[in-house]
Design a protein around this ligand. Structure first.
Ligand code: CA
Length: 268
């Protein structure tokens, strides 16, 4: 027996973007359901039991943020938000409301699929095989034994650095807002103490990055927060690392129009 296909719910009112996202997900063996309005999306989220939701914020009958807040009362399904809004405030609002990730239109398919992989993998990894070391670059973290090595050499972390690193690892690939990190590591009364975060992230980078001034793994999301990436920054530029085919799509959205071009080439 084969496993049933994972189900994605795509809540988006623009047909061109629905087509683009559907094609990208179906190529990765997702079963895709579409909803054009918020009300339908909320119903489908409960009846279709999706494994992933891709959510547009600007919907004809309401704001996707409201759907997200409602959803988070009863579901932990990974949610990737799509939006034409570019302000940091909107990103922070979506992430604080429980989005797993955020893509600003226009976006490429490689970027979309990398975020999908990170969001769904994180959910699968929760609770499974906690004894396996977590690795990024030449850093290896044994979470059970609380041992960190870089290039095989033991690294000493302070308790705060240790909590920061554990939080980043638990949310690998995901943007954590300043508020989320401060609340988790220092406590809810410190959500506005951004200077703590800058100082301690700096210390952590000194210990974890080859070149702390040009971090490849502990990435700053400007004015929003931080993200730990396992595969260095190039992972966002997409493509399937293990497949024989590398797919790169670039999508350009104008007001009501999308021009999508695809370049498919087999690895030599
Ligand atoms: Ca829209």
């Amino acid at each position: 027996m084969t496993d049933p296909l994972p189900v994605a719910l795509l809540i988006e009112d623009e047909p061109q973007i629905r087509r683009f996202v559907r094609a990208a997900l179906e190529a990765q063996s997702w079963l895709v359901h579409e909803a054009e309005i918020l009300k339908q999306g909320l119903t489908d989220a409960s009846t279709r039991r999706p494994d992933l939701i891709v959510l547009d914020l600007g919907l004809p009958d309401g704001d996707g943020i409201d759907l997200l807040r409602d959803l988070r009362h009863w579901s932990k399904v990974p949610v990737i938000v799509l939006s034409g809004r570019v302000s940091e405030h909107d990103k922070i609002e979506a992430l604080d409301a429980g989005a797993d990730d955020y893509l600003t239109k226009p976006f490429g398919v490689g970027e979309l699929l990398a975020r999908v992989r990170a969001a769904t993998r994180r959910r699968q990894d929760l609770g499974t095989n906690p004894s396996a070391p977590f690795e990024f670059g030449d850093v290896s973290v044994d979470l059970g034994a609380r041992r960190v090595r870089k290039g095989g050499v033991p690294v000493h972390l302070t308790p705060i650095e240790d909590r920061l690193l554990c939080l980043l690892i638990a949310n690998e690939g995901r943007v954590l807002t300043h508020r989320q990190i401060l609340s988790d590591v220092w406590g809810p009364s410190h959500v506005n103490d951004g200077h703590y975060l800058r100082v301690y992230m700096g210390h952590l980078r000194q210990k974890m990055e080859d070149d702390p001034a040009r971090p490849q793994h502990i990435i700053t999301e400007t004015a929003v927060g931080y993200r730990l990436v396992q595969k260095s920054k190039s992972w966002l530029r997409g493509g399937r690392r293990t497949g024989r085919v590398t797919a790169v799509f670039y999508a350009f959205f104008t007001r009501r129009q999308i021009i999508a071009t695809s370049i498919l080439h087999a690895n030599p």
